[in-house]
Design a protein around this ligand. Structure first.
Ligand code: MSP
Length: 474
């Protein structure tokens, strides 16, 4: 049977507008989805969406003096628009305020409650609203959450708890054996040592004094913990209606993408919920790097937040996709900024890809040289590229294609066909270069869909013509 491919991004909180961090994850998921869907021809499902409940969002709506549903509708629409503007090919956009999602969350929690995996108790401890997570003293630096630089609030209330401790051994075995793969390897080791050292405690799964959430079906004075509600999007986004439904055909996900900020909850609470629901755990959690903007964390107060629409305005859709995907090793943190983007745009796109195509097509047209080149002709390149993609080395896959382009650039510069008179001799130099350009363009489709299509069209003609300038210099 053919492999299937289900890929997810985290669902993003709607307390902030889409920024380049969300954009990075979403484009990466899109590139992988397009690779599996269009190049490998596998049944593929790509899910993204928005996380719209919880204290943080309720607070933000209040600050903006907006009615809650109106507020979340507006911001969710900004995410939809941003992804449309970047040519993102998601198969669904899930929102946690969607009624069908909420109904399924209620059924799932009911199932866990009836099973005895959710029980009434009380919780006393520290809560960071920014993370929407409970914190141990150990997690804090100078008493503050290291991610949000705020002091968590003391919370003490009646709550329903999820018996996560029950699943500790099962989960640890799955992580260790790679039945649940956590990648890169270093992140797996971190999670193994976390579970071994700290163990899995039961977690508070409901809030009594927070109306903005999914009411518990057996006690409407409580709403669901926002993460419990949010995680289930990965199932409801596939049309799952609750535990009575069969496991969706596309579940488990081949890859769940995210950054390190939310690995721990995904590796513990989410997987334990799946076990409690008698569903398979995820196949893989892949943790990509975290972006800093010119060395600093992006934040509104620092004024260094880069919005996806600013990128698109400056570089266009495909160049923006390229710049983000090539910015850093996928899986390592990286520093980004406008100057770096400008330099890379000029080097790789204007002078690299764009210039090579212009030089080759120019002579071919001017001298009316007809070439005979074929689609899908470089199996070695396809294999090398495929290996990088299967290992989620997205940046490496691009490097492989650009290596090929550079080789051809050098060939062209040293053979100097423009100084040669005989047409046949010129053709002998240019034909293999044109062939390599077509080979590269075919693999570039998942990254730069529109550009690749243009190049493929241009280089599939018997008489290749000079096209429009693809990437004008900045
Ligand atoms: N709503 C939760 C996720 C629930 S999933 C069931 C959440 N939302 S978030 O809006 O804060 O998104 C966090 C994710 O956005 C990160 O894990 C990462 O995928 C992406 N990024 C946000 N900022 C980022 C960077 N600066 N760099 C790279 N990716 C980042 O957490």
């Amino acid at each position: 049977m053919k492999n299937k491919f289900y890929i997810t991004t985290p669902i993003y909180y709607v307390n902030a507008q889409p920024h380049i961090g969300h954009t990075y994850t979403t484009i990466a998921a899109d590139v992988l989805a397009r690779y599996h869907r269009d190049i490998l021809g596998e049944p593929t499902f790509f899910l993204t969406g928005t996380d719209e409940h919880g204290a943080k969002i309720a607070e933000k709506a209040k600050e903006e003096k907006k009615e809650l549903q109106v507020f979340v509708d507006e911001v969710a629409e900004e995410f939809v628009k941003a992804w449309r503007a970047l040519n993102i090919s998601n198969d669904n956009f899930i929102r946690t305020t969607d009624e069908k999602h909420m109904a399924a969350v209620q059924k799932a929690l009911r199932y866990m409650y009836d099973k005895g995996d959710i029980y009434k108790g009380s919780y006393k401890g520290l809560y960071c609203r920014g993370c929407e997570q409970f914190k141990n003293e150990k997690d804090l630096i100078d008493g503050k959450c290291p991610d949000h630089k705020t002091e968590p609030e003391q919370m003490s209330e009646e709550t329903y708890l999820f018996k996560m401790s029950k699943y500790q051994d099962k989960l640890l075995a799955k992580v260790k054996s790679d039945e649940l793969k956590i990648r890169p390897e270093g992140k797996k080791n971190e999670m193994v040592s976390f579970i071994e050292k700290e163990g899995l405690q039961d977690v508070s799964f409901s809030r009594k004094n927070l109306a903005w959430g999914v009411p518990l079906p057996w006690d409407a004075s409580h709403t669901s913990y926002v993460w419990a509600d949010a995680f289930l999007n990965y199932l409801t986004g596939l049309g799952w209606k609750g535990p009575k439904d069969k496991c969706p055909k596309m579940w488990p996900a081949e890859t769940q993408l995210m950054s390190k900020d939310i690995l721990r909850v995904h590796a513990t609470i989410w997987q334990a919920m799946l076990l409690s629901l008698d569903l398979p755990t995820s196949k893989e959690l892949f943790i990509h790097g975290f972006f800093l903007a010119d060395g600093q964390k992006m934040s509104k107060s620092l004024g260094n937040v880069i919005a996806p629409q600013d990128l698109v305005k400056k570089y266009g859709i495909d160049a923006s996709r390229y710049l983000l995907m090539s910015a850093t090793v996928f899986g390592s943190d990286g520093d980004i900024g406008w100057q770096k983007f400008d330099e890379k745009y000029n080097a790789d796109l204007a002078n690299g890809l764009g210039n090579l195509i212009a030089r080759v097509s120019n002579i071919l047209e001017k001298d009316s040289i007809k070439v005979n080149i074929k689609s899908g002709n470089d199996q070695a390149l396809k294999k090398e590229f495929g290996k990088a993609m299967q290992n989620l080395r997205i940046d490496e896959a691009l490097k492989i294609l650009w290596g090929k382009l550079r080789q051809n650039d050098e060939k062209l510069s040293s053979a100097k066909p423009w100084e040669i008179k005989e047409i046949d001799a010129k053709k002998k130099i240019l034909e293999p270069i044109a062939q390599d350009i077509l080979n590269v363009a075919e693999l570039l489709q998942p990254f730069m869909p529109e550009t690749a299509e243009k190049i493929i069209k241009q280089f599939s003609a018997k008489q290749i013509k000079k096209g429009e300038s693809l990437f004008p210099r900045i």
